[in-house]
Design a protein around this ligand. Structure first.
Ligand SMILES: [Zn+2]
Length: 132
């Protein structure tokens, strides 16, 4: 019984098409500092960056740190006729709900609070370098 082995020349694994000239190329692992160029049109196909995971992790930590005062400190303060009023980001969403603008409140909540913090948390947990 003969075993079927895939011909590595016919495999589509690790094949990419040049975005400029559609030449099919096989990319091997690149080290930091190297770049993959298309031999036909010299288009840059890949270029790994040094410490890209660490930079992404650092930026996500910084984003999480600065999001704490953004959600807890007042964004707007007004003084009018002796009365002062300050508003948090959350109080704006609650005010929209109280006014009956629940659809707009949901959009504001998602766009200003839920999506940014979710993005930062996902970036933090999925970009973290693996340590056994
Ligand atoms: Zn090309």
């Amino acid at each position: 019984m003969a075993a079927i082995t895939a011909n590595p020349l016919l495999s589509v694994k690790n094949l990419i098409a040049c975005p400029e000239c559609d030449l099919l190329l096989r990319i091997t692992d690149l080290r930091p500092g190297e770049q993959a160029l298309c031999p036909r049109c010299r288009c840059q196909l890949a270029r790994p960056h040094k410490h890209s995971i660490e930079a992404c992790l650092g930026l996500s930590i910084a984003g999480l740190i600065v999001s704490i005062p953004a959600y807890t400190l007042p964004l707007l303060g007004m003084k009018l006729l002796g009365k002062s009023h300050s508003g948090l980001l959350w109080s704006g969403v609650a005010g929209l709900f109280q006014e009956g603008l629940w659809a707009l409140a949901i959009v504001v909540f998602l766009a200003s609070m839920a999506f940014p913090i979710t993005h930062l948390l996902l970036t933090f947990f999925y970009q973290r370098p693996f340590t056994p």
